[in-house]
Structure formats: C-alpha cells, structure tokens
Write a protein that binds this ligand. Sequence first.
Ligand code: SF4
Ligand code: SF4
Length: 276
Amino acid sequence: MPDDAQGAADSGQDSGQGSGQLDRRAFVTQAVQAACAGVPFLILGGVIRIPAEASAQGDEKSAGPASTRTFGMGVDVAKCIGCGRCVAACKEENDVPRDAHHFNTWVERYVIHTNQEVTVDSPNGGIEGFPPTVPEREIERSFFVPKLCNHCAKPPCVQVCPVGATFSTRDGAVLVDDDYCIGCRYCIQACPYGARWFHPVKRVAQKCTFCYHRITNGQLPACVEVCPTGARVFGEVEPGATPLSRFVRMNEVQVLKPSMNTKPKVYYANLDGEVR
Ligand code: SF4
Ligand code: SF4
C-alpha cells in the first residue's frame, strides 16, 4: 500500500498538545509497560479504565444498542476505472492528512506484462488517477483494486491492542477509540493488510471506519457514494434484499489473504489470482 501504512515512518515522541488527554495516555503507557514488566497496575497508584465492553468481551464493544445487522462492503474489480474519486472523498470526509503517506482507502494498479512480470503501484494512493507507465504493447492485462480495512470478524489488530482502544462494534465495524489509544502501534504491525496508519498529529492509530458516523445515520460511506461506476457496494451482510447480500449472491466473491483466517468483510468480485 502507499508508503507508510505500516507506520514505519511515524516514530517520535508525543508533541505535548492536549495535555489532559496525553497525561492520561502517558499514564496508561506507563501502566502497560509496568504490566509487561510484571508490575501490578495498582502499584502505580491508579486504575486503568479500559473500555468496559472491550475488556469484558476481549474484542467487542457496542457503540449503541445490540445490533442484529453486520455491515460489509463489496468491490467489483471489473468495474473500477482507477479514477481515485473514492480516495479523495474519503480523505475529505474523514480528515485524513492530504499527503501521499496516509490513506484509509487507496487504489492499486496491477499490470501483468506480456513476459508475465507483475508490477503493482499506487501513486499517491491513486487519488489523481494513474498515468501510463508501461507501453500498451507490453501489457497482457491490467486492472485496479481498491483497498481498505477489511473490518475482519477475527481481527488481529483488536487482539493485540493492550488497552482495548481498538474494538469491534456489534454491527461489524472495527474502530479505534482515539481517547484510549496510547500510540503503541502494535495494531499497525498486526494488520496483515497494511490498512492502519499512525496519525502524525493526533499520535494515535487510524484506519477506515466504514464512515461509521454516516452509516449509523443511514448514509453510505463516502467512497461508495462518489464511485461513478458502482464498483463499491455497501450494506448488511445478512441474507436478504440488501445491496451487499445481492452482490455476494450474484458474484463469485473472494476475500483478500483468506489463509490468514481473519474473516474479512470486504468481498471482491472478479478478483485476479495475482492480487495479494
Ligand atoms: Fe484490523 Fe487490518 Fe482486519 Fe482492518 S484489515 S480489521 S485493521 S486486521
Ligand atoms: Fe474505482 Fe469507483 Fe474508486 Fe473510481 S471511485 S477508483 S471507479 S472504486
């Protein structure tokens, strides 16, 4: 994925802004370090307040009443034209830094050359489209693959978070609570899809939220709303008359890296065997 999705570039100390939040975060960091060193939390003279449901369930807390729905997304690779509007809309909607290093969603171009070499690129996440880089006569086939957090049902990012800051909602989204994130970046390392990044100002882990603020108000995620070809489909996974369940029924869908057993909820149609 584009540049430092794995968070390698964003090292350094907290900048000092938002002192109340950072004091608490610093305290939690110390407590976690102490725990790793075998020191009970109480010795530090405080109590770590881990989000209640997250600590009780291990990997799930609710942002509202119990839900019977599970959200997911469908991506039809055959329909994506690599225009990058989804990337731009996501940055605008979710206040993602406008640089070439941070993305909640991005688009990759796969080129299979006539000599069977495979190249993958994503210039600036594909936000400005894809200028040709290979002469037509040397291309056997090429296609675009939009990527984002897969909102896995068995998310390793949630499992590794030491303070329960990253969690699964009851309706299937995987989110990060900025107030609890201590910026340890374990989740960034744990995600096999490179879907997480480290916010250079907030100093917390970030990722696609399925535009949770929109979908819980009956709206579509911004990337789905702007896609001019309908390459992205959003809805409830459960069998029924939802756009996503129709998409899953009518296409032979696959998920990325199925061998990781993360149970992704982003379903791809017309996915080429070369896609990683
Ligand atoms: Fe977590 Fe990565 Fe799965 Fe998203 S794609 S839920 S960040 S493991
Ligand atoms: Fe592909 Fe739609 Fe994104 Fe354009 S807006 S790059 S067609 S998914």
